[in-house]
Design a protein around this ligand. Structure first.
Ligand SMILES: Nc1ncnc2c1ncn2[C@@H]1O[C@H](COP(=O)(O)OP(=O)(O)OP(=O)(O)O)[C@@H](O)[C@H]1O
Length: 576
C-alpha cells in the first residue's frame, strides 16, 4: 500500500488498481474518500466509500479495476463521483458497513457451500431422488433419477412432476399429506419400488420427496430372499408371536413408535438409553398417548426381551384383589383361593418386564409393599412363608401428577423416587401435530390389512380437518376414528364430509382445560359407539363372505384376509 501515498503524504488510488485493493485500503485506513490518479499521477476523480460498497454489493468481483468501474463498463449510473445529495458516510459507519459486507459475503459463501454439498449428496445417492414444491413443480432431481429417465436435469426442473415421471403419485401425496412407502410404480413398463414422503412445515404440506429405491422389483425380491435366509434362525421367536396374531403385521421395539416429530425422536433416543440399563422407568402422559406402546418398545429392545412383558392396570383391579394379583397366593390363602395357588404378576414377569399402568391409582398400603419388592428384589405370596428372588425390570406409567400427589401425601415419596429414575414424558397429540398424518397412515394400513380391505386415502381437506382437531383422546381416539372410517366409507377416498361430526365441529366437545373426568366421559362414550358400528360392519362382512363361499370357513377366512382361528373367534363373538 506504500504506492498509495502521493508526494503530499495523502492517500491515493491508481485507476488501474482493483476493487480488492481499494477495499483493503479503505478498511485499513478507515478513510471515507480517496482521490484517483492516472498514470501521470494526475487526480482524475475521487472514489467514495459509498460507491465502493455499492460496487461490492452489486457485483462483487474484486478483480474489477477502478478504471473500468469509472468508465461505466459495468456500472450504469455515474461512478466515482458522489451525487450532491448523497449522505456522507462517517468513519464509524465505514467500518460497520465493511464488516456487514464481509459478514454477508461469508454467509453467502456458507450457503453456497451447503447447496453444493446437498447437490453432491443427492448426486452420489444410488437411489433416484426428486423434490417437488407444494404445487408439484420439480425443484430438484438427482443424477440417478435423470439417468434412469434418460432426461437432463435442466429439462425436468420447473416442470410439473406428472409431465416428467410416468404414473407418479407425488402430487397426490401433496394433497393427502400421507407418506407412501414401498409402493410399486410402473415406469417405462417396469415395476419400480418407490417412497413418497410429504414435507410438512407449520401444519402445511410444502412439498414432497420421491425416492426411487432400486432399479427394479426383482432386485428387491433378491435382497428380500437373502434377508429371509439370513434371519430364518433369528426370527423363530417372531414367527411364534406372529402365529398368535396372524392377521396383523408385527412391528417391534422402536419401530412400533410411529411419529416423526422432534419430540418423538427424543423419546426414541431415551428408549434406546433406557433399554440398555435395568433401571426403573416412569412414563408420564395423558391417557391414550402411547405409554404402554413405549413400555413395550423398551422391553423389546432390552436384555429382558426374552422374558415376558406383563402389564397390570392398577386402577382396574379391585383393591381387595390387588395384592394377590401382584404377588400371587398359596393354596388356601383365603376363601375362594384356587387349588395349587396362583403366581403373581411379579413372578410371571421374572427375567422380563412388569408394566405397572396407572400407578397413581395404587392404594398407599400397596405402594409400601411394591417398594419393598423393588428394594429387596424378593416377593412373598399371600398366605405363603417363603420368599422368592426375582429379577424384574419395572416400568410404571401414570397420567396423574405424581409430584403433586406426593405433596398432598397421596403417593409415597420414597416409592416416587424409586420409580422416577428414568423419566419419559409423552406430550399430548395436539402438541406434536406433525405426527398425525404418519399415525393416520400407519393405522389405516394396519386396520385395512386386518379387515382384508384395500387401503383408503384422505383428501387434502379431510387431512386438514384432522390436523386441526385437538384429539383430546390422543392416539387411542385417532385409532378409533380410522377404524370407524374404514368401516363407514364406501369408496377409496375419505372426504371431509365423511369425518365424524364431533371432529368437523369440535366445539360440541369439551374444551381443553375442562375436567379430566369430563374429557374421559366423552371419549369413552364415543368409543362405545364406534366399537358398535365397527363390530356391526365386521359381522356383516363375515356373514357375506360365508354366504359367498357357501359356508366354507377356510375359503371365507381367505377371502376376508384373516387367519382361520381368528374367523372362528369372530363367529363365536358375533353368534354366527
Ligand atoms: N407412537 C405410536 N405409534 C402408533 N400407535 C400408537 C402410538 N402410541 C399409541 N398408539 C396407539 O394408541 C392406542 C393407545 O396407546 P396406549 O394404550 O399405549 O396408551 P396409554 O398412554 O398407555 O393409555 P392409558 O393411559 O389410557 O393406559 C393404542 O391403540 C396404540 O397402539
Amino acid at each position: 500500500m506504500s504506492g498509495n501515498v502521493d508526494e503530499r503524504g495523502e492517500m491515493v488510488l491508481r485507476a488501474d488498481q482493483t476493487l480488492n485493493e481499494a477495499l483493503q485500503l479503505f478498511i485499513r485506513f478507515e478513510v471515507n474518500e480517496v482521490p484517483i490518479i492516472d498514470h501521470q499521477r494526475r487526480e482524475i476523480g475521487r472514489l467514495t466509500c459509498r460507491t465502493l460498497l455499492k460496487a461490492v454489493a452489486d457485483k462483487w468481483d474484486g478483480r474489477t479495476t477502478i478504471e473500468s468501474l469509472w468508465n461505466g463498463e459495468k456500472e450504469t449510473e455515474q461512478v466515482g463521483r458522489e451525487p450532491a445529495d448523497a449522505p456522507k458516510v462517517s468513519r464509524a459507519s465505514v467500518s460497520e458497513l465493511t464488516a456487514m459486507v464481509e459478514r454477508l459475503k461469508r454467509e453467502l459463501q456458507e450457503t453456497q457451500s451447503i447447496v453444493e454439498t446437498m447437490k453432491t449428496v443427492l448426486d452420489s445417492a444410488y437411489e433416484g431422488i426428486v423434490v417437488v414444491d407444494a404445487h408439484g413443480i420439480i425443484q430438484e432431481i438427482n443424477k440417478a433419477y435423470c439417468q434412469f429417465l434418460g432426461i437432463r436435469r435442466e429439462d425436468a426442473v420447473g416442470k410439473h412432476v406428472t409431465e416428467v415421471i410416468e404414473n407418479t403419485r407425488l402430487h397426490i401425496c401433496l394433497e393427502s399429506g400421507i407418506p407412501e412407502r414401498g409402493f410399486i410404480q410402473k415406469i417405462y413398463g417396469q415395476p419400480m419400488v418407490v417412497h413418497r414422503i410429504p414435507i410438512w412445515r407449520d401444519g402445511k404440506v410444502i412439498g414432497a420427496i420421491g425416492v426411487l429405491i432400486f432399479q427394479g422389483v426383482s432386485e428387491v425380491y433378491q435382497i428380500f430372499k437373502r434377508l429371509q435366509d439370513l434371519s430364518r434362525e433369528a426370527s423363530r421367536k417372531e414367527e411364534k408371536e406372529e402365529r398368535a396374531a396372524p392377521s396383523r403385521k408385527q412391528i417391534f421395539g422402536l419401530n412400533s413408535i410411529i411419529g416423526r416429530s422432534p419430540v418423538i425422536a427424543e423419546i426414541k433416543q431415551m428408549v434406546r438409553r433406557a433399554a440398555r440399563v435395568p433401571s426403573t422407568v416412569l412414563i408420564t402422559g395423558e391417557s391414550g398417548t402411547g405409554k404402554e406402546v413405549l413400555a413395550k418398545a423398551i422391553h423389546q429392545s432390552s436384555p429382558y426381551a426374552d422374558g415376558n412383558f406383563i402389564s397390570v392396570n392398577c386402577a382396574a383391579i379391585p383393591e381387595s384383589l390387588l395384592e394377590a394379583e401382584l404377588f400371587g397366593y398359596e393354596e388356601g390363602a383365603f376363601t375362594g383361593a384356587k387349588k395349587g395357588g396362583k403366581p403373581g404378576k411379579f413372578q410371571l414377569a421374572h427375567k422380563g418386564t412388569l408394566f405397572l399402568d396407572e400407578i397413581g391409582d395404587m392404594p398407599l398400603y400397596m405402594q409400601a409393599k411394591i417398594l419393598r419388592a423393588l428394594e429387596e428384589k424378593k416377593v412373598e405370596r399371600v398366605g405363603g412363608v417363603e420368599e422368592m428372588e426375582l429379577d424384574v425390570r419395572i416400568i410404571a406409567a401414570t397420567n396423574k401428577n405424581l409430584e403433586e400427589m406426593v405433596r398432598k401425601g397421596q403417593f409415597r415419596e420414597d416409592l416416587f423416587y424409586r420409580l422416577n429414575i428414568i423419566r419419559i414424558h409423552i406430550p399430548a397429540l395436539r402438541e406434536r401435530k406433525m405426527d398425525i398424518p404418519y399415525l393416520l397412515a400407519y393405522h389405516m394400513e394396519r386396520i385395512c390389512e386386518q379387515f382384508g380391505l384395500k387401503q383408503k386415502e384422505f383428501t387434502k381437506e379431510a387431512m386438514q380437518v384432522l390436523m386441526d382437531y385437538s384429539w383430546p383422546g390422543n392416539i387411542r381416539e385417532l385409532v378409533n376414528v380410522v377404524e370407524w372410517l374404514v368401516g363407514m366409507v364406501d369408496g377409496q377416498k375419505i372426504q371431509k364430509e365423511h369425518l365424524p361430526a364431533h371432529i368437523l365441529s369440535p366445539q360440541r366437545l369439551a374444551k381443553h382445560g375442562d375436567k379430566e373426568g369430563e374429557k374421559r366421559k366423552i371419549v369413552v362414550q364415543t368409543d362405545t359407539n364406534w366399537r358398535e358400528i365397527v363390530d356391526a360392519y365386521e359381522r356383516e362382512r363375515i356373514k357375506q363372505a360365508l354366504i359367498e363361499e357357501r359356508g366354507n370357513k377356510a375359503a371365507a377366512a381367505r377371502k376376508l384376509g384373516m387367519h382361520r382361528s381368528t374367523l372362528y373367534e369372530k363367529l363365536k363373538k358375533y353368534n354366527l
